[in-house]
Design a protein around this ligand. Structure first.
Ligand code: ZN
Length: 259
C-alpha cells in the first residue's frame, strides 16, 4: 500500500515522516530530503545536523547509532551500550546493514542513495529495525534476517510486524545487467520473471521493492502491513541517487526510534 510522507522543515533540514508508523504513538520514523552528506565518521559538518535531529526527538546526539554498511545481509541488535556508534564515535560495527533494538530513545540510522531503506516496527513487542537493502542485500534477503531476528530474539510474531519501504530506485528506472539474475537465483528462483523486467537484449529493470515484498510475505509479514512511500530516488532531485549524480558521498538519512 502506498503512503505519502508528511514533510516539515527544522533548521533547514527537510524531514519526511512515516505517519503509518508514527501514528502508533510508539516511534518517530523519517527520512531527510536535503542536507545530504557523507555519513562516515568523522564528519564535522554533519554532526550539527545530528544535533538538530536529536533536539527534534528529544534525545542526546550520543543516543544515535549507525553501522558501516557494506551490502551484507547481516543484522545487528544494538543496545544503549552502542550509543553514538558511527555518529559521535568511530564504529566498530562494520559489515552490518540492519539494526534492531527494543530500547527506547536509541535512534537507528541507515543511509541510502538508490538502495532501499526498510523500516520495521512490531507494535506489540515494541521492537524496531532499520534495514539498508541495495540489490545485493535484496538478493541475499536481508529483510528475512531482520524479521527472523525480531522473532527469534524478541519474541515478535511476524503477523504483527509493520514494514515500510522507503524511497529507492524504482523498477521503471533501475537498469541492471543480465548477470544480476544469477545473484537472485538462490532466494528468488521461482520469482525471477516478476523481479527482472526485460528491457533490452542484455539489460533488465530490477524491481527491488517487488523482491522485498516477496521476502517479507514469505517471512509471514502480512500484505496489509507492508507499505511503501512510493518515491523514486532517480526521478526526484531532492532525493539522493548515485545513478543520477554519481556522488559517492551523498546519502539520505533514514531513521527510526522507539519513544
Ligand atoms: Zn523511478
Amino acid at each position: 500500500m502506498n503512503i505519502t510522507p508528511v514533510t516539515f522543515c527544522e533548521n533547514e533540514i527537510n524531514f519526511n515522516t512515516i505517519d503509518v508508523l508514527e501514528n502508533t504513538g510508539l516511534v518517530r520514523a523519517f527520512f531527510t530530503t536535503n542536507k545530504h552528506t557523507d555519513y562516515k565518521y568523522p564528519n564535522g559538518s554533519w554532526l550539527s545536523n545530528y544535533k538538530t535531529i536529536s533536539n527534534l526527538i528529544s534525545i542526546s546526539e550520543n543516543s544515535i547509532c549507525a553501522t558501516h554498511q557494506t551490502h551484507t545481509n547481516n543484522v545487528l541488535i544494538m543496545t544503549k551500550d552502542d550509543s553514538g556508534e558511527g555518529i559521535t564515535k568511530p564504529t566498530s560495527r562494520t559489515d552490518y546493514d540492519g539494526i534492531i533494538t527494543n530500547e527506547k530513545n536509541l535512534l537507528l540510522c541507515s543511509y541510502e542513495a538508490d538502495c532501499v531503506p526498510v523500516y520495521f516496527l512490531d507494535p506489540v513487542k515494541k521492537v524496531v529495525a532499520m534495514v539498508h537493502s541495495g540489490w545485493k542485500g535484496t538478493a541475499k534477503a536481508i529483510c528475512k534476517t531482520a524479521v527472523e531476528k525480531m522473532c527469534g530474539n524478541f519474541g515478535c510474531d511476524a503477523k504483527d510486524v509493520i514494514a515500510v519501504i522507503g524511497p529507492h530506485a524504482c523498477k521503471e528506472c533501475y537498469e541492471v545487467g543480465k548477470e544480476l539474475t544469477e545473484e537472485f537465483k538462490i532466494n528468488f528462483e521461482k520469482e525471477l520473471d516478476k523481479i527482472f523486467i526485460p528491457f533490452t537484449e542484455d539489460k533488465y529493470k530490477l524491481d527491488m521493492q517487488g523482491a522485498i515484498e516477496i521476502t517479507l510475505t514469505e517471512c509471514g509479514v502480512l500484505s496489509k502491513n507492508i507499505y511503501s512511500v512510493n518515491r523514486c530516488t532517480i526521478e526526484s532531485s531532492d532525493l539522493c541517487s548515485y545513478r543520477r549524480t554519481h556522488s559517492k558521498t551523498e546519502h539520505m538519512l533514514t531513521a527510526i526510534v522507539l519513544k
